[in-house]
Every structure is written in structure tokens, then in C-alpha cells.
Design a protein around this ligand. Structure first.
Ligand code: FE2
Length: 134
């Protein structure tokens, strides 16, 4: 399942919408690589890129929340951390040849991303917009 950007995902903050769109693109690239039977090292590189970008993006969101004293920071931060631990654990197993990139793995990523953006991320919109972040 490929993810397509839709206005319903907008958090009303330009830089984060752009980063979310980039994340969709990276997840779709990974999915395409899997479907086209890319070699393990190519998939590893794609996955590395996705993880690195995710870390950068989470960091940018968290910095912005902290800067403006967002009250939902702890819960939000925890969701980010939990996802990163899961993805890192998957990566270790994938690198060791113990796990495969499957439709289920891709489904998990797509699901997490869409739910997180449409649910948890949306919660900071009004608060940060109110602080002049747009
Ligand atoms: Fe987030």
C-alpha cells in the first residue's frame, strides 16, 4: 500500500507538512524497492535514509514543541521514541538477515505514520499556530 498525501494530513505548519510529505516519499520508495525485489544492500540503504530522515524530522518537531512549551510534549516524544526503538530493532534484525521487509512491515509503517500525523501531530497544530508558528 502506497501512501498518498492528502490535505487531511496537513498540520498547518509549512515545514512539517513538507517533512511529512518527504517521509511519505521515503516510505513509498522503500515499498517500491521491496516490491521490485531490490537487493538487500539497496534496501538497507533506503531504510537507513528513512531512519535518518525520521530522526531529523522528530527532532525538528520536538524542538519546536519545547521552544513553545507545548503541554503534550512528553506523550508525543514517547510516541516518537517508541517508533524509533521498533524501527531500530527491525533494522538490526534485517541487517543480520533475521527479518525481511514484508507487506506487513510496510503496512505497519504506513499505518503508524498516517495515524501519528492525523492524530498526534494534529494536536500540536492549534497550539503552535496560536504561538505564531505556521
Ligand atoms: Fe510527531
Amino acid at each position: 500500500m502506497y501512501i498518498q498525501w492528502d490535505d487531511k494530513f496537513s498540520v498547518n505548519i509549512r515545514q512539517f507538512d513538507a517533512q511529512h510529505q518527504r517521509l511519505f516519499e521515503l516510505v513509498n520508495n522503500l515499498h517500491r524497492g521491496m516490491k521490485e525485489g531490490n537487493k538487500r544492500d539497496a534496501l538497507q540503504a533506503t531504510l537507513d535514509g528513512l531512519i535518518a530522515y525520521t530522526i531529523t524530522h522528530f527532532g525538528a518537531e520536538e524542538q519546536m514543541m519545547l521552544k513553545h512549551g507545548y503541554p503534550g510534549f512528553d506523550a508525543h516524544h514517547k510516541e516518537h521514541d517508541d517508533l524509533l526503538s521498533q524501527v531500530r530493532e527491525f533494522k538490526v534484525n534485517f541487517d543480520a538477515g533475521k527479518s525481511m521487509l514484508t507487506v506487513e512491515v510496510m503496512g505497519f509503517l504506513v499505518n503508524w505514520l498516517t495515524h501519528h500525523i492525523a492524530g498526534t501531530d494534529k494536536k500540536y497544530s492549534a497550539y503552535l499556530n496560536g504561538k505564531g508558528v505556521a
